[in-house]
Write a protein that binds this ligand. Structure first.
Ligand code: ATP
Ligand code: MG
Length: 342
């Protein structure tokens, strides 16, 4: 279902949450022959830390530029709290962020840069400088010239600059990319702190593993299209619930798997082996059904599929094969099963 922008249909929290912080429908951006964004639909709900994930060139930055009203979509719509950033800059009230990398005057201090931005922003922004520097842990370096800052410090200063606008929604383009492991951890902690203060955050990344601990929901984008959108918990369950099966009669066993309730995505992999997704409880019943069918189990083993494997299965290859992950079947949660790459 694709509710109209601004519609509350399908969102259980909508009644008290008002319009979603971000609603993107059918978003397309073409540059001549090249389609950078090929029809993106996504909804970021209030309180989400939403990961917008994809490899280099997938269309993340282009999407964020459209969300921030920096470029005009070829087709489709963006609504920020129900308002269209193409129609009015008022749509950007309460919204802040950066694309690619935040930019500063290198020969001025961190504080002076923020003072200049605050003077431009107005609306009490200058009164938030101390807090913003404190939040991103740059108070001790506020008098130093930004030209001497490390990459991680600049990224944090970029977030401080965003905080001057007192945002309810932050859009951050690859805030952790290029940071060392400690820098990444600090960035995750910072984003977590902001979310705990009630901010909704969308951040892009080219690594699922980089954001898995901080995001509750993710969209995975490949060649300008969303190939998965949903709870990160669902992806994780999908990663840990895949099995490989070998029997005395694999053809019959595959049919049994497909007919068995609680077993999902049963198929033969590229090595001719049966794979399926299931919760543990369903596996016991499956083994009973297999025996009754006459297909005797030779081997049945849980597969070790890491989130990284899962991410690559969504974003690599020729797009023809369905990705291996599957949401565990019929467990009552409402997140969609991953769609095959198109
Ligand atoms: N202004 C532009 N003119 C022409 N092509 C563009 C322009 N901006 C982006 N593109 C193209 O659109 C595609 C998506 O680019 P985009 O920068 O959105 O990807 P990305 O997911 O942010 O990649 P990265 O991880 O490298 O930052 C690329 O093929 C890029 O070359
Ligand atoms: Mg980019």
């Amino acid at each position: 279902m694709n509710p109209e922008p601004g519609s509350d249909a399908g969102d259980p929290d909508a009644a008290h949450a008002g319009p979603a912080p971000i609603e993107v429908r059918g978003l397309v951006k073409r540059y001549g022959e090249l389609t950078a964004v090929a029809g993106v639909d996504l909804t970021v709900r209030s309180g989400d830390v939403y990961g917008y994930l994809g490899p280099n060139g997938a269309g993340k930055t282009t999407s964020l530029r459209m969300m921030l009203g920096l470029i005009r979509p070829t087709e489709g719509s963006v609504r920020l709290f129900g308002r269209d950033p193409q129609v009015s800059v008022r749509a950007l009230e309460g919204v802040a962020g950066f694309v690619e990398a935040p930019t500063f005057y290198p020969y001025l201090s961190a504080r002076r840069n923020l003072e200049m931005l605050a003077a431009y922003d107005g609306f009490g922004a200058s009164g938030r400088i101390d807090d913003a520097l404190e939040t991103v842990e740059l108070t001790s370096r506020e008098r130093d010239r930004v030209g001497g800052f490390s990459h991680g410090m600049r990224q944090r200063l970029g977030i401080a600059a965003s905080l001057l606008r007192d945002p309810k929604l932050l859009l951050l383009d690859e805030p952790a990319t290029g940071l060392d492991p400690a820098g990444m951890r600090d960035m995750r902690l910072l984003i977590r702190r902001l979310a705990d203060q009630g901010m909704t955050v969308l951040l892009s990344s080219h690594l699922l593993t980089e954001v898995e601990d901080v995001c509750n929901r993710v969209a995975i984008v490949r060649s300008g299209r969303i190939v998965y959108e949903g709870e990160i918990a669902t992806l994780k369950r999908g990663a840990s619930s895949l099995y490989r099966l070998q029997t005395t009669d694999d053809e019959r066993a595959l049919a049994v798997c497909r007919a068995q309730s609680g077993i999902a995505d049963a198929r033969t992999d590229e090595h001719g082996r049966i794979t399926f997704a299931a919760e543990e409880g369903a596996v016991g019943l499956l083994s009973q059904a297999l025996v009754e069918s006459g297909a005797l189990i030779v081997a049945m083993a849980p597969q070790t599929v890491t989130l990284e494997d899962l991410f690559f299965s969504f974003t690599e290859g020729d797009g023809a094969a369905p990705p291996p992950p599957a949401a565990p079947p019929s467990t009552g949660h409402d997140a969609p099963a991953p769609e095959p790459a198109r």
